[in-house]
Design a protein around this ligand. Sequence first.
Ligand SMILES: Cc1cc2nc3c(=O)[nH]c(=O)nc-3n(C[C@H](O)[C@H](O)[C@H](O)COP(=O)(O)OP(=O)(O)OC[C@H]3O[C@@H](n4cnc5c(N)ncnc54)[C@H](O)[C@@H]3O)c2cc1C
Length: 313
Amino acid sequence: MSTIETEIVVVGGGPAGLSAALTLSRARRRIIVIDNGEPRNAPALGAHGLLGQEGISPFELLRKGREEVTSYGGQVITGRVTDARAEGNGFRVRTDAGHDVTARTVLLATGTRDNLPDIPGLAARWGKDVIHCPYCHGWEVRDQRVGVLATGPISALQALMFSQWSSDVRFFPQGLDYSVADLAKLSATGIRVDTRTITGIDTDEDHLAGVHLEDGSTFPLDALVVPTSTTARLDGLDGLGVEVSESPAGTAVAVDTAGHTSVPGVWAAGNLTQPATQVSEAAADGTRVARNINTELIFQDADRAVAETENNR
Ligand SMILES: Cc1cc2nc3c(=O)[nH]c(=O)nc-3n(C[C@H](O)[C@H](O)[C@H](O)COP(=O)(O)OP(=O)(O)OC[C@H]3O[C@@H](n4cnc5c(N)ncnc54)[C@H](O)[C@@H]3O)c2cc1C
């Protein structure tokens, strides 16, 4: 196995990683992006709310992004990072496809994983008509019969959000308790609360037809909203030892305002640090953090040059 040496290795080539890579390759940095092609929105037909690329297939967007990065000399490797750790003055990253990359700096942009409730048939409809984000899918389900399956404390407010897109919203608390104030908002805005527990998903060919309920009945729906908690995608990256923050919404890599993680030389961007953000926001975060990386490397090199000049006197 031959080692490839580079300045910056970007782990994760979704919108955040590729936007960072575009900025860094245009800044004449030697960069390698390693990506295994499983973006968070992979099950969705299109990415919405994306100016200039509205509704584009998630994979077409990334194909174009890879092309743009390589057009400026960036390298994109297809593979899953299975090991990453500090070594010498930098880092060593290995993939399941046998790549071995050493770099001065690492940018993590591996995204987040949605934790779906364990209800038969639900995962198969995820991103199609089992959805979570009103700004990604609200327009597509406008005026339709929308169910909201509660998963935690903010689920009642998620139901309220969808009332902006449809007047036919039904909230299923799934045995969870909600405050009188939240329930009053649902009632006052015409959202019905159905206390029967959802036990399964009813499909008709390739469409959601409704939900199976604990009493044996089926309730017809066109879309089911499932507010998910999320888990930072750090498989194969434990060796770096970056700090992870926890909240009721899930886990995320902790970063400062510039994008530094707790480990010097390791940065992070996109959904990995801000799980609730959309494609355009993740991409913008990648760009912002890339600029900070480039600036910091320029200043580090200037300091080193000054030190060398003084040593040589
Ligand atoms: C079902 C669904 C639909 C959505 N629809 C929309 C929408 O319409 N509009 C919108 O703006 N947003 C949408 N989103 C949100 C959108 O998916 C995220 O904002 C966006 O994907 C975040 O980009 P990212 O680059 O941070 O992470 P990701 O896009 O998830 O990219 C991370 C990349 O890192 C790679 N990776 C992870 N671990 C490793 C590893 N160990 N080795 C190598 N590669 C690795 C993954 O394969 C992936 O390609 C949707 C989300 C979901 C769940």
